[in-house]
Design a protein around this ligand. Structure first.
Ligand SMILES: [Zn+2]
Length: 472
């Protein structure tokens, strides 16, 4: 997206852009990508459209460029998995363009699914079958649907990094992020997203007006030409009980992908007039598979990343992950057009996006950067800051035992997340910046910003950021 008007923390003005080599090698990257496509003409058209937005990609003569479309074969609904077959295997240095779909697209099927054949196949659900049956890590016989909705995001992947082993560090550079254009010709040239003020939101039950336990969906429009940097609200509606094709009634938003029957709702268009929302596209859920379980819910973030829900994880950012399983097994999903710190009502502007990523593997035995030695948390670098992410439980799967994936929701704590963020920033300053503990503690109090990342993902988050330019 060009011509952003984000605030001083904006990471969309990548430092990568200043590298003349990037400009020089762009054409090579484009030709490699298109030449290597093994996709339908529709997918090729989509990726060509995507690359009309890309104007800086760094590659080298030895790096390849892969494409992973969002299909029902390349998506796991609601979980990461170390045992899922890889969608693509890549070498260190390779680029991968990955499509992601929002799991909230059925809040407005007409604007976010119709005409988009791959999305239609993913969301397909009739009386006999579903495009993707398991949605979450719960029981397949769960009363609200297979998988129980214990994990909700559409996760594209896994991308397998050849040679990655536990103890290594995977560096993921976010080269580009672009909105997925609406495929319904009625809305040609536009992109839409959905914000659900949902039952898992911090606000739920604590409202001034009745009914206190209500869920409200707001649909937003984003200009897919990538020239518009603002989103605008289109309309909102209150969630009404929805009956899925299997006959289950969903009185609240308790299972992902349920199509909202618009004949049952009342649309309010007179909303958020004279308000515009800065677009800062990013991926809410992005990370590698943890080793503790075969399938890990996509909702609580953990030491291998996942649903961190930090809007700074967008174009120009780089994340470093500890590799926990062979091949690393990278996933990305939960695309957001915009989100505020805390994500207080439960969701962002959930909006399908396509990202281009570069993967760089740091083998354990050759790591010399002190901040990456024994890294056991996701470390984020933006053009101007370093950030660490504290959680209520740094590794909730290991700390809470066999029932961790359900128990974490009863143990959400900002106090614990703050403690964890403090520990991680102290570690970063004492390793990456070679400060002693007293220096690190003083610096944290006078120059490090701690903020609430999210209060809606079970394992609540506090991030700590330190500006690069304070180090001379
Ligand atoms: Zn989200």
């Amino acid at each position: 997206m060009s011509n952003h008007q984000c605030n001083e923390h904006c990471n969309h003005g990548s430092d990568l852009q200043k590298d003349p080599e990037i400009q020089k090698e762009l054409e090579v990257a484009k030709s490699k990508l298109v030449g290597s496509l093994d996709a339908t003409s529709i997918e090729k058209k989509a990726v060509h459209a995507h690359f009309s937005h890309v104007n800086k990609i760094k590659t080298s003569p030895t790096s390849a460029h892969h494409f992973v479309p969002a299909t029902k074969e390349t998506i796991l609904w609601g979980y990461f998995s170390q045992v899922a077959p890889s969608t693509v295997k890549v070498n260190s240095g390779d680029f991968v363009t990955i499509e992601t779909l929002t799991h909230h697209a059925n809040d407005d099927e007409e604007r976010m699914i119709l005409g988009d054949l791959n999305a239609q196949a993913v969301f397909h659900w009739d009386a006999k079958s579903k495009g993707i049956d398991r949605r979450g890590v719960g029981e397949m016989s769960a009363p609200n649907g297979a998988g129980g909705g214990l994990g909700v995001h559409l996760c594209t992947g896994p991308v397998e990094i050849i040679g990655a082993m536990p103890g290594d560090v995977l560096e993921v550079k976010i080269i580009d992020v672009a909105p997925r254009p609406c495929a319904n010709e009625i809305y040609s040239g536009k992109t839409f997203g959905s914000n659900a003020a949902a039952n898992w939101g911090f606000h739920y039950g604590d409202t001034l007006t009745e009914p206190k336990q209500r869920e409200v969906i707001t649909i937003y429009e984003i200009d897919a030409s990538a020239e518009n940097t603002w989103a605008r609200a289109v309309y909102n509606y209150r969630w009404t009980p929805q009956t899925d094709p299997y006959g289950v009634v969903h009185s609240t938003i308790d299972y992902p992908g349920v199509r909202v029957d618009h004949s049952t709702i009342t649309k309010n268009t007179d909303i958020l007039k004279n308000v515009r929302i800065p677009v800062r596209p990013h991926f809410g859920t992005i990370g590698v598979a943890p080793k503790e379980v075969e399938i890990a819910s996509s909702v609580p973030p953990s030491y291998t990343g996942g649903n961190i829900d930090n809007w700074r994880i967008g174009k120009g950012a780089t994340i470093y992950y500890p590799v926990a399983v062979p091949g690393a097994k990278f996933f990305v999903g939960d695309p957001h057009a915009s989100q505020g710190d805390s994500e207080i009502c439960g969701t962002a502007i959930e909006c399908s996006l396509t990202g281009t990523f570069q993967f760089i593997l740091h083998k354990k035995e050759s790591i010399t950067n002190p901040s990456l030695v024994d890294l056991n948390y996701p470390l984020l670098e933006t053009p101007h800051e370093w950030l660490v992410h504290g959680f209520s439980y740094a590794n909730y799967l290991a700390e809470l035992g066999p029932q961790a994936q359900t128990e974490i929701f009863g143990k959400s704590s900002l106090d614990l997340a703050m403690r964890d963020a403090y520990h991680k920033m102290r570690h970063f300053l004492m390793t990456a910046k070679n400060l002693n503990e007293d220096e690190a503690i003083s610096l944290m109090s006078v120059a490090v910003d701690f903020g609430i990342t999210q209060v809606v993902d079970g394992n609540w988050g506090i991030h700590a950021s330190v500006k690069k330019n304070i180090f001379l």
